[in-house]
Design a protein around this ligand. Structure first.
Ligand code: 4AD
Ligand code: MG
Length: 431
């Protein structure tokens, strides 16, 4: 008898097959017992009719506990009303390992309980759908860059210095060499890669000891960071919008079923098409003031400010030329107005906030030295980075997209904790 996956049922209509999985739900009505099986690829209702199976099997299909691992055998039947479109006219049932008192029952649990049981919560249909969307987002990201002449250059996780400011570094003892820090961003290394290979991206976990307890912040998150030699700020924005359109359109096409399980209104995502609106920070401040916010020029935009700005548009908005005081040391200042940096943030619609941060990089050795001094960064640690300006410096630009915020937005979730298999936050490092 053929051992198959639920996702392959359509090829076996009318045939006898065997499926291994876990008991998701069950119910009974007299002579019929229904066992809903899940195997990670889908859900299948297995129908046990009293007269077709032994009394032991019939009894077992009623007494078996939720999440017991089992093997169901029977004939595949097409059934338009069944979830997934198929049913199993079942004739045998074997328990691999019985489970009793599975802690996550269909009743409502509080979020802390669910996060404590994250290793089990992952099995529920909503979490499975989110992880499948996450995987497809990551695949679309890789496909986009791989298909556009970019080379993947992995950046180190253990680093000697800060990239995004010293206040949010996790540190660890590093043998006789003092402290090492978990990377906040692979960007500085991606810049070295771009000088070697032209168009590169780095993709990996990044770490920030952020004290923020918001629905957008994790202490460990994944970031993809393209970096391109000879790109300026405008080229960078062109790349960001083409990239976002590709990722979102691919995911809504390829993960329709999962987005339906998540009850995501995809009409809003269908709007994610070029051109995306581009406004300057100055224009963003105007919008805030028109909406009654007493906003002082020079401040960074807060989460609430981002929501007000993005609510003006039906698709993501790019905000460029932020005050250089609130941005990282490596961002190039605008030669036409040195008070602002050639930075761009992309704000997602529907209140999801910043999903991309990027900039054109400071390519002048002297100006970069000035910035490193202003930011009180240890010059010694940055000598290798300064070499990129000493030997054939060119204009270049790049950005970073946070995977979890992107998953949260595309799935329509209200917190990033559900967008990654095992979230790390200021108040959680388990399971
Ligand atoms: O704006 P950020 O800090 O930019 C950088 O790290 C640059 N070095 C990127 C580059 O130019 N190569 O972070 C980029 C993105 C944010 O827009 C956000 O999506 C995500 O990373 N991010 C976080 N996601 C979850 N939790 C956090 N604590 C995050 N901090 C940033
Ligand atoms: Mg940012």
């Amino acid at each position: 008898m053929k051992k198959i996956s639920i996702s392959d049922l359509s090829k076996y209509v009318g045939e006898e097959i065997s499926i291994s999985g876990w008991v998701y739900h069950k119910r009974s009505s007299g002579k019929l017992h229904f066992v809903v099986l899940r195997d990670g690829t889908g859900y299948l209702q297995c129908v046990y009719f009293k007269n077709n199976v032994s009394p032991e099997v019939f009894e077992l299909t009623e007494s078996v506990g939720q999440e017991s691992s089992v093997i169901c055998k029977g004939t595949v039947k097409e059934d338009k009303r069944a979830p997934g479109g198929f049913e199993l006219d079942a004739n045998d049932f074997t328990v691999i390992t019985a489970a009793t008192d599975y802690p996550i029952t269909p009743k409502d649990h509080g979020i802390e309980f669910l996060m404590d049981h994250r290793h089990l919560w992952l099995r529920s249909s909503k979490q499975v759908a989110i992880l499948r969307v996450r995987h497809r987002i990551i695949k679309a990201i890789r496909d986009f860059f791989d298909g556009n002449g970019f080379t993947l250059v992995d950046s180190p996780i253990l680093t000697p210095s800060a990239c995004e400011g010293t206040s949010t570094l996790f540190s660890t003892d590093y043998f006789d060499l003092g402290k090492a820090y978990l990377t906040q961003s692979g960007q500085l290394y991606a810049e070295a890669g771009a000088m070697a290979l032209g168009k590169v991206y780095t993709f990996g976990p990044t770490f920030r000891a952020e004290k923020s307890k918001t629905r957008r912040h994790l202490t460990e998150f994944w970031m993809v960071e393209p970096e391109v030699a000879f790109n300026d700020l405008n080229d960078n924005m062109d790349l960001a919008e083409e990239f976002l359109e590709y990722v979102v359109q691919t995911v809504i096409r390829e993960r329709e079923a999962e987005l339906k399980i998540l009850e995501r209104d995809i009409t809003k995502l269908q709007n994610v098409k070029r051109p995306l609106p581009r406004i300057s920070y100055d224009e963003a401040v105007e919008i805030l003031r028109k909406n009654g916010v007493e906003f002082e020029w020079g401040n960074d935009l807060g989460g609430g400010d981002e929501t007000i700005i993005s609510n003006q548009f039906d698709r993501p908005v790019m905000v460029h030329r932020y005050p250089s005081e609130v941005k990282a040391f490596y961002m190039k200042r605008d030669p036409e107005n040195p008070k602002v940096a050639l930075a761009v943030d992309v704000l997602a619609p529907e209140g999801y906030g910043e999903i991309i941060g990027g900039s054109q990089r400071e390519d002048s050795l002297d100006l970069l030295l000035e910035r490193i001094a202003q930011h009180n960064l240890p010059l010694e640690d940055f000598q290798w980075y300064l070499d990129l300006r000493r030997f054939g410096s060119v204009p270049h630009a790049g950005f970073g997209l946070g995977i979890e915020r992107t998953v949260g937005w595309i799935c329509g979730l209200d917190h990033v904790r559900e967008t990654i298999p095992f979230a790390r936050m200021i108040y959680r490092k388990t399971p």
